[in-house]
Design a protein around this ligand. Sequence first.
Ligand code: BV8
Length: 242
Amino acid sequence: MTQDLGAAADILRRAQRVVVLTGSGVSAESGVPTFRNAQEGLWAQYDPLQLATAEAFLDDPNLVWQWYRWRRELVAKAEPNPGHHAIAQLSKRSQSVTVVTQNVDGLHQKAGTDNVIEFHGNLFVDQCFAEGTIEKETKSHDVIPTCQRCGSYLRPGVVWFGESIPTVALDAATAALSECDVFLSVGTSSVVWPAAGFADIAANQGATTIEINPEDTPISGITDIRLQGKSGAILPELIDCL
Ligand code: BV8
């Protein structure tokens, strides 16, 4: 066991209130491409940052709908990986563990993690584009569906760039951050705000910060412990030491 992994295990073992922030890197080993990885096939020519916006949807609703339909089909076949299962195991320990995920794939819940804050929404929810109301069931139509009530297009229930984080999710994450004694950032490039600011907020209120990522990120220089590598390998080893 590396010294840092041992130190991280000691910190987590003593922790009372833990916030775990996850990004698409946690789902990479489930076969779900990370958000900024080169997209595959037809979608390789598109920049996700450009597609995940209301402007793109208004400009070409069907193109954006097809992108999300492609992602839904891909994610629907994905299974949680050992990293998701390790986080679920951690969430079942006595101390309070809050998982805030930027992922929209539902894989934390599929792995058995209960109180997940879906900070950027959920891929499998449809909502009315005009009114924002959530549809009871998800339609996987190949043609973009419309709202029964007002006739507007439906859109995926995710938070697009330029849209505010849902208040309930933002308040819950902010509250958990303000009182955590350990903040664990896993598989995120830490460039999408406001989640990118979480490490700073946690550190400023006295929490110990840990990052798990194979690459450097903007928070790598400020975290107390840095575990360099894949979450599917590091998390199970870390949680097994607790
Ligand atoms: C908002 C849902 C108020 C849609 C997503 C302040 C400064 C600058 C800009 C802003 C700012 N405040 C707001 C902004 C604008 C913007 C923003 O942050 N832009 C960025 C690009 C600069 N933020 C917003 O618009 C947010 N809204 O703040 O509201 C407001 C409103 C108007 C104007 C201003 C403010 C809303 C952001 C939400 C966007 N929606 N997703 C969808 O999925 O289609 S974000 C999207 O990025 C995904 O959710 C993704 O999870 C998230 C973050 O990316 P990562 O998860 O980190 O993924 P990425 O591919 O980048 O990195 C993967 C990482 O995993 C890498 O580090 C890699 O090394 C690592 N990895 C790979 N394999 C593994 C691994 N790690 C571990 N194990 C492995 N095996």
